[in-house]
Design a protein around this ligand. Sequence first.
Ligand SMILES: *Cc1c(COP(=O)(O)O)cnc(C)c1O
Length: 456
Amino acid sequence: MDPLLAGDLAAFPELLQATRDYATRLLLGINERAVARDPGTLSPAPLPFDGVGAAGALALFGERWAPGFSGSAGPRYLGFVTGGATPAALAGDWLTGTLDQNGSNRSGSSSADLEDETVGWLRDMFHLGQDFTGTFVSGATMSNTVGLAIGREWLGEQLGVEVARQGVGALGPVTVLSGTPHSSVVKALSMLGIGRDALRLVPTLDGREAVDVAALASVLDELGGRPAIVVANAGTVNTVDFDDLRAIASLRSRYPFWLHVDAAFGAFAALSPSHSHLVDGLDLADSVCVDLHKWLNVPYDSAVQFTRRRDLQVRVFQNAAAYLGDPGPNPDHVHLTPENSRRLRALAAWFTLAAYGVDGHREIVVRDISAAQLLGERLAAMPGVELLSPVRLNVVCFTFSGDVGRAVQAIAESGEAFLTPTVYRGVPALRAAFSNWRTSREDVERVVEVLRKHLV
Ligand SMILES: *Cc1c(COP(=O)(O)O)cnc(C)c1O
């Protein structure tokens, strides 16, 4: 054995302790750590031929890289939709690496069953029926991709072709309809060979990002009975608007379509008694995307995809090799997603659900929503600031009379908060998205102080 490696093996306990101590210092400092950092310009070091051992690597990381890392896991990082990691989720993530299971198959380990148990818990938490099955993927982009791939196979079933064998060309032109889809849906269409141009944007309700269901019905009507894919959105990124899922689903009695719902973070509205109506009808979907590294607060990379047509899913993703065996009624995960070998990402989600339960996660969701409402109230009272939509859930989308780009940068440079810019209905705007498990009202007041300084 290489002497450095042998030394690390001998000193494994001390090494883990040192890593733990280092992680503890990082975590205890996260509230005061600069929320965002100037990435700077570290040029890549040459490939090391003589290593420095794990303790040396830890020191090197601490000197060279850690200072430039953001405090995105902390309570005042309000960019994009970004979660942190609950204590239990982090523990689960550490153990994921420790046990290093290959979540691709069921042979020789119960780890795949843990994934199934976790998917079942999530299915119940989001009130999806027992006929939904699911699997873990790396993020909502991949969850949307898998859902749309199953929808693509369903189109084939309607048209009497098998896309998995014959290719997407056998379908002829495909129509995908959506009001305000996330960019990842468009990317998925490119990856799936359906093509970005297959997307037809359907008008939204006046002043809203939610689709106009009557307009959707008339576009479906124009298709003259040709099956389509509808992507409904449960939580848009700018204004967190929700399509009327029940009304959309009811159109299936008149028109044939696969209903995919992108509920990446909006699904968590189901946990808040005053917001659960927003996802009413989610269980009527054919496939559902839910991100977990956002509002469940597990570390990256983690999301879940659900569907009621596992048979079609296996048709798409079956990894046909003699040594992998027949998928059978309880297929290995290797037959369910684009991946083959995969990390047991379910473990972090299992830990946080086991630790805090639905009620603990409900508390996080409700607290984040009230943080967004508080920020919304404070901003509405600031001169020159305008909210671009009501605060429907956990995002505040607003503009002000000054230069948005400059404000975003100045806020980031303050180290106190991080917001991301957007353009909403042609208006340059800022978004503050709340999805971290730590965020308190005091954090909101700290953010308000920073915004007061920079929104001028
Ligand atoms: C974040 C998000 C995605 C993409 O999620 P990733 O996990 O970054 O791939 C897709 N849809 C919606 C609505 C999102 O908010």
